[in-house]
Design a protein around this ligand. Structure first.
Ligand code: NAD
Length: 488
């Protein structure tokens, strides 16, 4: 069995605890190897190594840093198939989606490498003569990067590519469900020429590695993606760091009475059951106009019945396993709650052998029901019927989260009103709730985060500070706001 190491200051080393944990293939329960259980002392070493590397990396011209990011892109491309297989084996989603995960990492490295020749600040006139004003982007320092398991290549890339192009150094903790992917990702960065200490990797649990990172007094920025509860804990414990939080969702698709129903069904099936419903942008609610509810449900269930479950490595499979035992228990718990609260079970509802769960649909749910409010993160879709557009907006906005949203309609009025009225960071028109492109900002409102955005130009903001510069070439001590002082 492969015993892996952590990566600190350019060297693969054992963790100081000497303890290990295993990662398993969720499709068949086979072990993928032993991984070091890091702890606070490993985090301390990683932070020291990151600061040691910081002066050299932050002073390297950004276009030169970009060359390394372009090489990462190329290596990801060359190894796409094999890396996708690693993702599927470690967290279960089907190969086509795992290839999409690697492709997203390729795209984001390419985009952020391009930022090496932009990293724009701006200039603006001064209120005083012979004075020049501008802003510059400067790095933050050492970043703690903590990621979940559902996009084990794309999400580290969304954070580490902009962190590096801005000149930061990084301590990276991948999810303890996907340590192997985390190691493969870092191996690739090293091969591309990322200098020693610029990216350090500590594997292990949230408690033993994540918490020391977020509380560390010498870490200046935290970039976290994961659940709302962990996000809240970070907000309360990170102190005065620059913190980016990308949290959960309870995303809704609105299907109006004038929608192309077949298209809406396509969107709901993909949004609800892609990645076995384990996406932050999963369409876990369908808010359907009563006039088309029955037609929609008939077509929706017919499509779901055709979905094939199994190992994501099998190209005929559509839906893989859940990631681990506790995910299965969570889905089971919510299915029980849905039944108890009186939502109608249209299909599914049962745990199958291993970590597989039947694609499940509740119908005739009310907006306040638990299955219509809480993130289940599994193959469960709740249908909520509504009588008009106004009620649809009221229902879609009735949750604490605000990540993604969608409306299927042929009415341009409904489409634009939805864009205006839905409280979410992302709104799709006539498409599903998932499908982010890396040159646009990604993130949510309300309890989905703390207002930061990843990817796109906005993705640079999280990983840089803005420095304001005034250059006075008047030869006098000019004072802003017309202040006259000490001149009488
Ligand atoms: P999680 O919060 O359990 O874990 C995420 C990461 O945080 C892991 O690396 C984990 O080890 C670490 N962690 C856990 N407890 C910690 C602690 N006390 N201190 C520091 N670190 C800690 O989430 P998960 O189950 O891995 O991922 C699923 C969640 O992620 C869902 O809620 C999903 O919606 C969300 N997600 C959000 C986005 C987004 O961009 N908004 C994208 C993907 C997933």
């Amino acid at each position: 069995m492969r015993t892996n190491k952590i990566f600190i200051g350019g060297k693969w080393v054992n963790s100081s605890s000497g303890k290990t944990f295993e990662s398993f293939n969720p499709a068949n329960g086979r072990s993928l190897g032993k991984f070091p259980q890091g702890n606070k002392s490993d985090v301390d070493n990683a932070v020291r190594a990151a600061w040691k590397a910081y002066p050299g990396w932050s002073q390297t011209p950004a276009p030169e840093r970009a060359e390394i990011l372009f090489t990462v892109r190329d290596l990801l491309k060359q190894n796409k198939k094999e890396l996708a297989k690693c993702i599927t084996m470690e967290m279960g989603k089907v190969l086509a989606e795992s290839e999409g995960d690697v492709q997203e990492a390729i795209d984001v490295f390419e985009y952020m490498a391009g930022e090496g020749r932009r990293l724009f600040g701006h200039t603006t006139p001064s209120e005083l003569p012979d004075k020049f004003c501008m802003t510059l982007r400067v790095p933050v320092g050492v970043f703690g990067v903590i990621t979940p398991w559902n996009f084990p290549f794309a999400l580290p890339a969304w954070k580490i590519a902009p962190a590096l192009i801005c000149g930061n150094t990084v301590v990276f903790k991948p999810s303890s469900d996907t340590p192997l992917c985390g190691i493969r990702f870092v191996e690739l960065l090293v091969k591309a020429g990322v200098p020693a200490g610029v990216v350090n990797l500590v594997t292990g649990s949230g408690k033993d590695v994540g918490t020391p990172i977020i509380r560390h007094e010498n870490i200046r920025g935290i970039s976290f993606t994961g659940s709302r509860n962990t996000g809240k804990f970070i907000a309360e414990n990170a102190g005065l760091k620059k913190v980016g939080l990308e949290l959960g969702g309870k995303n809704g698709i609105i299907v109006m009475d004038d929608a192309d129903l077949d298209l809406a069904v396509d969107g709901a099936v993909w949004g609800g059951f892609g990645t076995t419903g384990q996406r932050c942008t999963a369409a876990s609610r369908v808010i359907v106009h009563k006039k088309v509810q029955k037609d929609f449900e008939k077509k929706f269930i017919a499509r779901i019945k055709k979905l094939r479950l199994g190992s994501g490595l099998d190209s005929k499979v559509d839906v893989g396993p859940l990631v681990n035992e506790s995910a299965v228990e969570k889905v089971q718990k919510y299915v029980g709650i849905g039944k108890k609260e009186g939502a109608g079970l249209l299909c599914g509802g049962k745990k199958l052998k291993g970590l597989f769960f039947e694609p499940t649909v509740f119908s005739d749910a009310k907006k306040g029901m638990t299955v219509a409010q809480e993130e289940i993160f599994g193959p469960v879709v709740t249908i909520i019927p509504v009588k008009n557009f106004r009620e649809a907006i009221d229902v879609i906005n009735s949750v604490d989260y605000g990540l993604s949203s969608s409306i299927f309609t042929r009415s341009i009025d409904n489409a634009f009103k939805a864009i205006q009225k839905i409280e979410a960071g992302i709104t799709y028109i006539n498409s599903s709730t998932t499908g982010a492109e890396v040159h646009l900002p990604f993130g949510g409102v309300k309890q989905t985060g703390n207002g930061t955005r990843e990817a796109g130009m906005e993705g640079i903001d999280e990983f840089s500070e803005t420095k304001t510069v005034y250059v006075d070439y008047s030869g006098r001590l000019q004072k802003a706001q017309d202040i006259e002082w000490g001149e009488k």
